[in-house]
Design a protein around this ligand. Structure first.
Ligand SMILES: Cc1cc2nc3c(=O)[nH]c(=O)nc-3n(C[C@H](O)[C@H](O)[C@H](O)COP(=O)(O)OP(=O)(O)OC[C@H]3O[C@@H](n4cnc5c(N)ncnc54)[C@H](O)[C@@H]3O)c2cc1C
Length: 570
């Protein structure tokens, strides 16, 4: 049965971070009717936390090919070069577009856009707004979307529970719950764009917000879509030892040093040319090696010093003001006067829903993905800092444009309400569970610490097999784990139970892919297979879901255009 009131749109976007908002703007610009849905207020999306900046070859001495080569090398040659070429060649225009719609990028003394150094880049190419770049861009995009009140509907604080497919396997809508009231609704759409962000919460600690629970990745996986590069988990070199908060790479971009217990700039040993600005996987491994070999700092020797005092104080207060506050508030350290203790911490997932360069998901017509939820794959084995904001915007825009064009030729589908009834029944059964056994939050905790202990910077078969066993057990336990809140209004407890299911699916895919890849490449470093092995492993691992809810592994080719694999040194 289709109720006459069922919302229906040309393009329905799940997620209102940078990828979702950029997609909405592009689709609306192209004349489509759009809905954008988010489980939090749009400007609270994790994109708001992005600090250091966005890469683009806008300096006259720079060239997008140099940016593309750095990205390919950063990816440890696993990135798809056709997609990387698109991202890097379209970057300058995209950054200029942001500037023109009102993003107040930092300017230098001569009035040009200023650029800062970032890891793995052969020259300064990161545009920034102090260290609040994500917030600045997100707010401007939100203002821009407001001007389309005639064609962009906003569903703020709505939680998408499932994708809806028609009998031919095309995506024709979603099911969502209004968080404020608990009401469930089916939404029809000619196209659905997943822009629902990453899955950092599978790890504890993480730099990611509490909302980064891999919802879109799991929803696509459950709907039969392939997910790719899931083994590639980025550990950021500078996160606070106490709580995993991020200290932006902008700090090292501005010149900060990394020091071990002997006060040595140990990066000399690991990356003599780029030092602290080698790619993130390289710097994180170097730090972890220093810590493991007893040269760490702090009470348990599990930290490294980040010394920002070498940056002129005036510059720190101007260009890194947010981390001045973070240092004071969350570590009790004045970073302009003393070093701060950091260590590698989970930050980003390179993998996600497999897409082509227009965001289309193979095998599921009408389904798109863009941003951290997606895997185009521009980041391959390791993402360069400040390339993610770029990825969200370029592929968000391309998805929005492509979906709007596709919508023009299609009749409006009427999504079946059967999935909504299933999801409503599932929610009712979670709420009704007896309060015995384990709590959802306990399982989430065990998942996060298990992933962080076993699927981190250094991996091996035994650790990965252990993580796999734990994840399988937690999947079973989650089926009966209980929650406290039995209400309908803002019941975050029940949403937490659903999110836990998504995180378990994402973690299982990550662990299974990490076990499968028997080599070291990018963020995957296997102490039992310490070499990169191009003969056997220069390929993507794709994962789809078997009927018995286990991951099915297949492979796909890496796309090469101009750059052949070579030894990677910084
Ligand atoms: C602390 C931090 C700093 C960073 N700094 C930088 C940087 O300087 N430069 C850089 O390039 N990258 C940076 N990154 C990475 C980058 O910010 C993210 O990868 C990027 O912003 C992700 O954007 P997104 O639009 O894909 O998703 P997000 O911004 O995470 O947005 C996801 C959206 O999906 C919605 N959503 C999720 N699930 C559901 C659901 N079930 N129902 C409804 N809505 C849902 C959320 O409400 C949200 O609106 C940083 C990341 C972190 C964590």
């Amino acid at each position: 049965m289709v109720r006459p009131s069922m919302p229906a749109h040309d393009v329905l976007i799940i997620g209102a971070g940078l990828a979702g908002q950029r997609a909405a703007l592009a689709a609306a610009d192209a004349g489509a009717t759009v809905a954008i849905m988010s489980k939090v207020h749009p400007v609270r999306s994790h994109s708001v936390a992005a600090a250091g900046g966005i890469n683009a070859a806008i300096n006259v001495a720079d060239d997008w090919r140099s940016h593309a080569y750095d990205t390919v090398k950063g990816s440890d040659f696993l990135g798809d070069q056709d997609a990387i070429e698109i991202m890097c060649s379209e970057a300058p225009k995209e950054v200029m577009h942001l500037e023109h719609i009102g993003v107040t990028f930092h300017r230098n003394e001569t009035g040009e856009l200023d650029l800062r150094a970032f890891g793995g880049a052969s020259m300064k190419r990161t545009a920034y707004v102090a260290d609040i770049t994500g917030q600045a861009i997100l707010h401007v995009l939100y203002e821009q979307i407001m001007k389309y009140s005639d064609r962009v509907d906003r569903y703020e604080e709505w939680f998408t529970t499932s994708l809806v497919l028609d009998d031919d396997g095309a995506c024709v809508g979603v099911v969502a719950r209004d968080i404020r009231t608990g009401v469930m609704e089916t939404f029809s759409a000619k196209n659905v764009i997943l822009a629902s962000g990453g899955a950092g919460q599978c790890f504890k600690p993480t730099t990611n917000g509490l909302i980064c629970t891999g919802d879109g990745i799991a929803q696509a996986y459950r709907a039969g879509a392939p997910i790719m590069d899931m083994e590639m988990i980025q550990y950021h070199p500078t996160t606070l030892v106490e709580n995993g908060f991020l200290i932006t790479e902008g700090a090292r971009g501005e010149g900060a040093h990394l020091l071990n217990a002997a006060g040595e700039r140990f990066m000399e040993k690991y990356a003599p040319n780029k030092m602290e600005l080698a790619s993130r996987d390289v710097v994180s491994r170097a730090e972890q090696t220093e810590i493991n070999e007893g040269r760490g700092v702090g009470p348990n020797g599990e930290g490294i010093y980040l010394d920002i005092t070498v940056v002129p104080k005036k510059r720190t207060l101007e260009a890194l003001r947010e981390i001045v506050n973070i240092g004071k508030d969350f570590a009790g350290v004045d970073i302009t006067a003393e070093p701060i203790m950091i260590r590698p911490g989970q930050h980003y997932i390179m993998g996600g829903v497999k897409t082509d360069v227009d965001g289309q998901v193979p095998g599921v017509p009408g389904l798109y993905a863009a941003g951290e939820v997606a895997c185009v794959s521009v980041h391959g084995g390791n993402r360069l800092g400040a390339n993610s904001l770029l990825d969200t915007l370029i592929f968000g825009r391309r998805s929005g444009e492509h979906a709007a064009a596709r919508a023009a030729g299609l009749p409006m589908p009427a999504a079946s309400e059967a999935q909504m009834r299933d999801d409503a029944a599932e929610i009712a059964s979670i709420i009704a569970r007896p309060r015995e056994g384990r709590r959802i939050s306990e399982i989430k905790d065990e998942l996060g610490t298990t992933m962080n202990d076993n699927v981190a910077v250094f991996r091996d078969e035994a650790k990965l097999q252990h993580a796999h066993e734990v994840v399988r057990r937690l999947k079973e336990e989650a089926k009966t784990a209980y929650i406290d809140d039995r209400g309908t209004v803002f019941n975050q407890d029940v949403l937490g139970a659903i999110e836990l299911g998504y995180m378990l699916d994402c973690s299982e895919a990550t662990v299974v892919a990490a076990i499968e890849r028997k080599e070291s490449r990018g963020a995957q470093f296997r102490t039992d297979y310490p070499e990169r092995n191009d003969d056997e492993w220069l390929k993507h691992i794709d994962i789809s879901r078997n009927g018995d809810d286990t991951p099915h592994i297949s492979y796909s080719e890496v796309t090469f255009t101009q750059w052949q694999p070579e030894e990677r040194k910084y």
